[in-house]
Design a binder for this molecule. Structure first.
Ligand code: XBP
Ligand code: MG
Length: 265
């Protein structure tokens, strides 16, 4: 099979948007509605196993010890908080504080130059993806990507494979013609269940989680050190190769070998 497409997750993979973006925006939304709760970094990490911001809010409301919001009011409150959170998130993006993870822009550019199709497969809302892409790729940000399948486009969010299946349908490709990039166990499971080989760069919150049956896993695309399977040139006689990042040739090498690895904390 020939590699024709790279499919990118957004939150945690393109940028550390959870800790430094969504979490802060959720807290601003709580504050704006006069609600007392704030999500600490640690609490947000626990809540991240619920994918989807609105679903995360509903889960938190249902499990809070104070049970302060009556069950009948929760849907409406979650919808309002989520709408406000996304507006705060867009403001945060516009303030240009959130950088892409190192090595991401380089690989996207390289893949575009070499004629690969690229797409987005994410649980987050389309508006959030557009805000991030606008920040880093300018007004034409979305043009790097042939298609974007987002949270509102699917009935079942990750770890369900629906987002990947839809993405492949829209690209008119089979699962073994693409490689996915993910940062979380749920995202990797979604790609895997759709049959798409997945390269994992765990983000802040998922650094110590298990990942099973992935094409490769490593600390980030900016380095060839610390990858499994090892990246070529990661360590050459104890020294790093001339181009220290994971480029398209490395992704192709993993893809052609087609082996899988697992990582346990
Ligand atoms: C991450 C998610 C999202 C974000 C918040 O998705 O689970 O819910 O946390 O975004 P991915 P929304 O890693 O697939 O990009 O509030 O728009 O859901
Ligand atoms: Mg992610």
């Amino acid at each position: 099979m020939q590699l024709k497409a790279l499919i990118w997750d957004v939150d945690g993979t393109l940028a550390e948007t959870e800790r430094d973006g969504h979490r802060i925006a959720f807290n601003r939304a709580f504050e704006a509605l006069g609600l007392p709760q704030r999500w600490s970094e640690a609490r947000y990490g626990e809540l991240l196993h619920i994918t989807g911001g609105r679903e995360r809010l509903l889960h938190d409301m249902a499990h809070r010890s104070d049970q302060s919001v009556p069950a009948t009011d929760r849907e409406a409150l979650a919808a309002e908080l989520h709408r406000r959170k996304n507006a705060h998130y867009a403001e945060l993006m516009a303030s240009r504080t959130l950088t892409l993870r190192p090595g991401v822009a380089e690989l996207i550019d390289e893949a575009a130059t070499r004629g690969l199709v690229q797409a987005i497969a994410t649980t987050t809302s389309r508006a959030n993806v557009e805000a991030l892409l606008r920040l880093h790729f300018g007004a034409s940000g979305a043009r790097c990507f042939r298609t974007m399948v987002c949270g509102e486009d699917v009935r079942h969010k990750k770890p369900d494979p629906e987002v990947y299946r839809r993405c492949l349908e829209q690209l008119d490709l089979g699962p073994l013609e693409a490689v996915a990039f993910e940062d979380s166990p749920g995202g990797a499971a979604a790609a895997g269940a759709a049959g798409v080989p997945v390269v994992v760069t765990p983000s802040h919150y998922f650094a110590h989680q298990s990942f099973e049956g992935v094409l490769a896993i490593g600390p980030g695309l900016e380095t060839r050190r610390g990858w499994r399977p090892p990246a070529a040139g990661g360590v050459v006689g104890g020294a790093v190769g001339t181009d220290p990042r994971v480029g398209l040739d490395q992704v192709l090498a993993w893809f052609e070998k087609g082996e899988t690895v697992s990582a346990f904390p």
